[in-house]
Design a protein around this ligand. Structure first.
Ligand SMILES: [Zn+2]
Ligand SMILES: [Zn+2]
Length: 660
C-alpha cells in the first residue's frame, strides 16, 4: 500500500517508476557499476534512487530531492525523471541518491550547473568574493546527493612547472587567498602554511638580511619541491582541502616534481613517468595547471616534452582542461608579460592539437603578498607604501583564485581517467603492473607442476599476495633470506622502507624498486587445483602473452630498452641456482631452475618470432590480451594487490587539511 502511494505521488510529479529488482543489479555491484548499468539504458535523465525504508526514514530529504529535480525539469523539458526503487533489490542502498552524479555530466547537459558550487561562483560578485562563504551559505543537502561517490566532488588540479618557479609558495598562497578575502583578515586570522617556507628578507636602510621561517601546520616535513636538496625520491603529493563543513567538496592540488631538474633530462623523464603513472590512478582531472613566471624569454626545454608526454596518456579532450597560472606577476601588472609570445609560439609548435591560451584560462597571481604575510608574522617591519601595495596584490590574487575555481567548475568538462580511455601510455602502465604478477604466477605453476611430476600428489603450493600496509620497496642488491616450504626452498625479500635514504640497508636509493605486495605461500595438503593439461596450457599462454607484452613495451611504446620479463626470468633463475648451491636436498629447486630456463627460452624465441614478423600491435588487440591475462585468477589477485598497494602509497603522500 505504502509503495502504491509513493508511486502515485511520484507519477504526479512526472517520475517514471523503475523496479531495480528487474534489472541485472545484485549484491556484487557498487554504486559506480549500478550507475553505469542504469545510464546505459537511459539518457537525458535523472534517476532518483531510494527504497521504501529510506524514503520513510528520510522523507524530508526525499522531498527536497524531488523539488530540486522538478526545478531542473522546468528548465529542461527534455529531461526524463525516473524513480529507481531498490526495495526488492539485493543491493543494500544506504542513502537516497540522484544519478547521474557529477561525473556523468554529458556535453548535452553542460548548461546545467554541475553543482551548486558552480552556480554560486556565477551568481553574484558578493558570492565570488569568497568561495568559502558561498559554499557555507549553500544548502548542504544539495551536496549530499553525491555523498556516496566521494571522489565526484573532488576538484583535482594537477600542478606542473619548472623547478624554482615557486610551486610550494604558490600552493601556500593559493589556499590562503581562498580562505582570506583580504590581507587584513589573513593577518588577524590564522594563515595556513602547508609547506614550510623560509626565505631571506632585507630590512631597513642597510638591507640587513633576516631569515624568515614559517613551519607547516602538520610539521610533516613536507619536502619543498622548489628546493629539492639531496632527495632523489621525489614523488607526487596531494594536498587536500575541505571547502565546506560537510566535507563533500574537496580541492586536491597535486604537487609534482619540477622539471628542469639539475640532475638532467634523464631525471626529468623519470619524474614525468612518475607523474603520468600517478595521474593514471586518479579518477578524474579538473584542471592541468602550468605554473610559469611572466617575463621569461625562453621556456624550459622540457615544457615541450612534458606537455607532449602528458598527451600520450590523455586524449585531446583534456586540452580544454589546461590552464596557465603566472606567479610574481605584480611586476608585469598582472599579465603574462614577455612569456606570452614565447608560450604562444611553443603551443603552436605542438602536434597534440590546439592548446587554448587566452584570458579565460590564464590567471595572474602575486605570491609576494603571501611572503609579505609570513614576514609580518615574523615581526619584520614594513612602511605604509609597501603595506598598501601588498594589500592590492593580495586582493588581486584573491580575485584571480576565485576566478580560477569558478572557471574550472563552470567552463571545463571534467576529464575522466577511470573510464575506458585507451592509449599507448595507459597500456604501457597496465603491462608494467603485470610483469611481476605474471612472473610470480609462472613460477608458482612450475612449482606445482614439478610436485605433480614427482608424484607428490598430496601437496600443492598456493600463492597468496599480501598487500603491504605502507609504501615499501625491494632492494635489488640485498640478498633475500631463504625459507623452506614443504620440499621447496623459497626466497623471501624483506620489504625496505625508504625515506630520504633506505632505513634497512646502505644501498643506493635507485637500487630500490616499489614493492606493493609480498608473495606469501601456503602449503595445501591437496592436489593442485589444476590438472596437468591446465597447468601446461596456462604456462604456454602466460609465456606467449609475456612475449607479446615485451614486444609492446620494447617496440611499440618504446618505454624501455631492457625486456623486464627477461630480467625477471634471469633474476629468478639466479635465485634458484643460488639456493641449489647453498642448500642440501634442493632437488626440487634445481628442477625449478631448469624449468625456468626453459620458459625463459620459450619467451625469448617467441619474442624473436614476433620481431621477425614485425607486426606492430594493434592497440585493441593488446587491450584484449591485457584483459584476458588480468582475468587469470592468480594474476588477478596480484594485480588487485598492486592496485591496493599503490593506493596506500598515494595516500601516504597525501596531506589533508580540514576546512580552509
Ligand atoms: Zn640493499
Ligand atoms: Zn634498502
Amino acid at each position: 500500500m505504502y509503495k502504491q502511494n509513493i508511486i502515485t505521488y511520484l507519477q504526479q510529479h512526472r517520475f517514471q517508476y523503475l523496479n531495480v529488482a528487474n534489472l541485472n543489479v545484485n549484491r556484487t555491484d557498487n554504486e559506480k557499476t549500478i550507475e553505469d548499468k542504469l545510464i546505459q539504458c537511459y539518457q537525458h535523465l535523472r534517476i532518483l534512487c531510494s527504497s521504501d525504508t529510506l524514503t520513510k526514514n528520510n522523507f524530508q530529504e526525499f522531498q527536497k530531492r524531488i523539488n530540486y529535480l522538478k526545478e531542473e525539469l522546468s528548465k529542461n523539458s527534455n529531461l526524463h525523471l525516473i524513480y529507481a526503487d531498490f526495495t526488492d533489490s539485493s543491493f543494500p542502498l544506504s542513502t537516497i541518491l540522484v544519478l547521474p552524479s557529477l561525473k556523468q555530466t554529458h556535453n548535452d547537459i553542460t548548461d546545467y550547473p554541475s553543482s551548486r558550487f558552480t552556480a554560486a561562483a556565477t551568481i553574484s560578485l558578493e558570492h565570488q568574493k569568497s568561495i568559502l562563504q558561498s559554499v557555507n551559505t549553500t544548502d548542504p543537502s544539495i551536496f549530499s546527493t553525491l555523498q556516496s561517490t566521494p571522489s565526484v566532488n573532488t576538484i583535482n588540479i594537477l600542478l606542473l612547472g619548472e623547478t624554482g618557479v615557486g610551486k610550494s609558495t604558490f600552493i601556500n598562497a593559493f589556499v590562503n587567498y581562498l580562505k582570506f578575502g583580504s590581507l587584513e583578515k589573513a593577518r588577524t586570522g590564522k594563515p595556513i602554511v602547508i609547506i614550510s617556507v623560509s626565505f631571506i628578507a632585507t630590512v631597513g636602510d642597510h638591507f640587513e638580511e633576516r631569515i624568515v621561517k614559517f613551519d607547516d601546520i602538520n610539521n610533516s616535513n613536507n619536502e619543498d619541491f622548489d628546493h629539492p636538496g639531496e632527495s632523489v625520491t621525489q614523488r607526487c603529493k596531494s594536498y587536500l582541502f575541505h571547502l565546506d563543513k560537510t566535507s563533500t567538496n574537496i580541492l586536491r592540488i597535486i604537487d609534482t616534481p619540477g622539471f628542469g631538474d639539475t640532475r638532467g633530462l634523464e631525471q626529468d623523464d623519470f619524474n614525468m613517468q612518475h607523474i603520468l603513472e600517478y595521474i593514471s590512478n586518479l579518477t578524474h582531472l579538473n584542471a592541468i595547471c602550468f605554473l610559469l613566471k611572466p617575463n621569461t624569454s625562453r621556456l624550459n626545454i622540457f615544457f615541450h616534452t612534458c606537455i607532449t608526454q602528458l598527451f600520450s596518456l590523455l586524449d585531446r579532450n583534456a586540452l580544454n582542461n589546461i590552464i596557465f597560472c603566472f606567479t610574481n606577476s605584480r611586476s608585469t601588472f598582472y599579465t603574462p608579460g614577455d612569456t606570452a609570445p614565447v608560450l604562444k609560439q611553443t603551443l603552436i609548435s605542438l602536434s597534440i592539437g590546439d592548446v587554448p591560451f587566452k584570458k579565460d584560462n590564464t590567471f595572474c597571481f602575486d605570491s609576494e603578498s603571501f611572503r609579505y604575510l609570513v614576514a609580518l608574522q615574523n615581526g619584520i617591519p614594513f612602511n605604509d607604501d609597501e603595506k598598501h601595495e601588498y594589500e592590492i596584490s593580495w586582493s588581486t590574487s584573491v580575485n584571480e583564485s576565485n576566478r580560477l575555481i569558478g572557471y574550472i567548475c563552470r567552463n571545463v568538462t571534467i576529464y575522466r581517467i577511470d573510464n575506458k580511455l585507451q592509449s599507448m601510455k595507459r597500456a604501457q602502465f597496465e603491462i608494467s603492473d603485470m610483469v611481476r604478477p605474471i612472473l610470480e604466477t609462472l613460477r608458482n605453476i612450475l612449482r606445482n607442476y614439478i610436485l605433480y611430476k614427482m608424484n607428490l600428489l598430496r601437496t600443492s603450493i598456493l600463492l597468496c599476495p599480501r598487500v603491504n600496509d605502507q609504501f615499501f620497496t625491494r632492494c635489488l642488491v640485498c640478498k633475500p633470506s631463504i625459507h623452506s616450504l614443504g620440499d621447496f626452498y623459497i626466497a623471501h625479500y624483506l620489504p625496505h622502507k625508504v625515506e630520504k635514504k633506505c632505513c634497512n640497508c646502505t644501498c643506493l636509493l635507485d637500487q630500490h624498486i616499489p614493492m606493493y605486495y609480498v608473495p606469501e605461500y601456503k602449503i595445501l595438503n591437496d592436489v593442485s587445483q589444476y590438472t596437468e593439461k591446465e597447468m601446461i596450457n596456462r604456462l604456454y599462454e602466460l609465456c606467449y602473452a609475456s612475449a607479446e607484452f615485451a614486444y609492446f613495451l620494447l617496440y611499440d611504446a618504446r618505454s624501455t630498452k631492457d625486456n623486464p620479463f627477461f630480467i625477471g626470468f634471469i633474476e629468478m633463475i639466479a635465485i634458484e641456482t643460488e639456493i641449489c648451491k647453498n642448500q642440501t636436498s634442493s632437488t626440487l629447486n634445481s628442477s625449478l631452475a631448469t624449468a625456468l630456463r626453459d620458459i625463459a627460452d620459450k619467451h625469448e624465441n617467441r619474442l624473436n618470432d614476433i620481431v621477425r614478423w614485425a607486426k606492430s600491435s594493434n592497440l585493441s588487440d593488446i587491450y584484449n590480451l591485457i584483459n584476458t591475462i588480468s582475468n587469470y585468477d592468480m594474476v588477478c589477485e596480484q594485480l588487485a594487490a598492486v592496485k591496493e598497494g599503490r593506493k596506500i602509497m598515494m595516500k601516504q603522500y597525501e596531506y589533508e587539511f580540514i576546512r580552509i
